[in-house]
Design a protein around this ligand. Structure first.
Ligand SMILES: Nc1ncnc2c1ncn2[C@@H]1O[C@H](COP(=O)(O)OP(=O)(O)OP(=O)(O)O)[C@@H](O)[C@H]1O
Ligand code: SF4
Ligand SMILES: [Mg+2]
Length: 339
């Protein structure tokens, strides 16, 4: 078994290597036999690699269905990868998740979901909700100590200790998401995987929750994987950005670089669709075309049916993520200097 390795603090906390997840979405066995249908496999995530340094935020963006949540679930051990894996603080996370060390790792890695109402038990008091991880991980036993800790956690997300005596339905959406964050923080994790944590909230409330998350990151040195549809949100919170398309990373760059000089045609399309975000004076262009069916992905570069720069090579040969000028991009045209 892999013991936690003492790494120097400059090493990335999270290293995802060739992560892949394939879902078997075949018809039931009998139907397949009777109708002579083959197995159907869906490659939700296919070879995703990235690193996240301690105290930093990597944002993952991309249209619906590109595999963002699947990556999140692989990282926290909710799914087992079909291929590849993650090293966390030098430790093989997938090996740890299925061993006795899994408990310790789950304490250090927590997830925040999009819908704070669905993820909070409506029949439990806030005190029970936030105390659950403290009890489950045997962090505190004493009732008064638990209550005091729950109060501290509530205050750390801008709520009152008195709120522990209420039920989730007595709070607004933004407050409920703060309760989810307080619960996630209960085990004093180092890495938070946040899957669209503010997408269900009103715009005015989103900023408050994002600012709390940024403050908590600064105070506690937290490392974030932050998933969002919203590039304005991503620009606000991230240090690095990974753009996903049909299960793969197509561009991975520092935030400033990505927004100033997007390389991949898909990244350019996403940025062009946001008003006033790209170079001044450029008109907003809505995102063109649709994401292909993941059960029948295009040959070569999966983006070629929508790409204004596609040529014969693009439809025949899949581009690999390559370092070009300090940015990782998977595009033949960028590599050839055509764009
Ligand atoms: N448990 C599952 N079984 C079968 N297919 C799945 C499962 N989970 C996800 N998928 C499929 O995998 C692909 C990626 O899904 P995923 O939820 O990771 O995308 P996403 O980028 O998070 O999308 P969204 O922005 O809509 O949340 C989709 O085609 C989805 O239908
Ligand atoms: S590889 Fe070709 S089709 Fe794919 S993004 Fe680059 S230019 Fe477009
Ligand atoms: Mg999702």
């Amino acid at each position: 078994m892999n013991a936690a390795v003492n790494t120097v603090n400059t090493a990335p906390l999270v290293v995802a290597h060739d992560l892949a997840k394939t879902f078997d979405v075949s018809a039931p066995w009998l139907n397949r036999v009777l109708e002579r249908k083959p197995r159907t496999l869906l490659h939700a995530v296919d070879g995703v690699s990235f690193e996240i340094e301690r105290g930093r935020t990597l944002a993952l963006v991309g249209e619906s269905g590109c595999g963002k949540s699947t990556v999140a679930r692989l990282l926290v051990g909710l799914y087992e990868p079909t291929r590849g894996g993650m090293r966390f603080d030098g430790q093989d996370a997938q090996a740890a998740y299925v061993s006795r060390e899994g408990r310790q790792l789950r304490r250090r890695i927590q997830m925040i979901f999009q819908d704070p109402y669905a993820s909070l038990n409506p029949r439990w008091l806030v005190e029970q909700i936030i105390a659950e991880p403290l009890r489950e991980h045997a962090i505190l036993q004493d009732k008064d100590a638990i209550r005091e800790r729950v109060g501290e956690l509530l205050r750390s997300v801008g709520l009152s200790a008195l709120d522990m005596a209420k039920y989730p339905h007595q709070f607004s959406g933004g407050q409920r998401q703060r309760i989810s964050i307080a619960r996630a923080l209960a085990t004093a994790p180092e890495f938070l995987v946040c899957d669209e944590p503010t997408s269900a909230l009103d715009v005015s409330v989103q900023a408050q929750v994002l600012n709390i998350m940024k403050d908590l990151q600064r105070e506690r040195g937290l490392t974030y994987l932050f998933i969002s549809h919203n590039l304005a949100v991503v620009r606000h919170v991230s240090d690095q950005v990974g753009v996903m398309y049909l299960g793969r990373l197509v561009e991975l760059a520092d935030k400033a670089e990505l927004f100033a000089r997007p390389r991949h045609p898909y990244t350019r399309m996403l940025l062009d669709a946001i008003p006033q975000m790209h170079a001044v004076g450029r008109a907003r262009t809505p995102v063109q075309g649709e994401v292909p069916n993941p059960l029948n992905p295009p040959t070569g570069c999966a983006f070629h049916p929508r790409c204004p720069h596609a040529n014969a090579r693009c439809s025949a040969e899949r581009p690999v993520l390559t370092s070009i000028g300090g940015v990782r991009v998977a595009c033949h045209a960028v590599e050839e200097g055509r764009i």
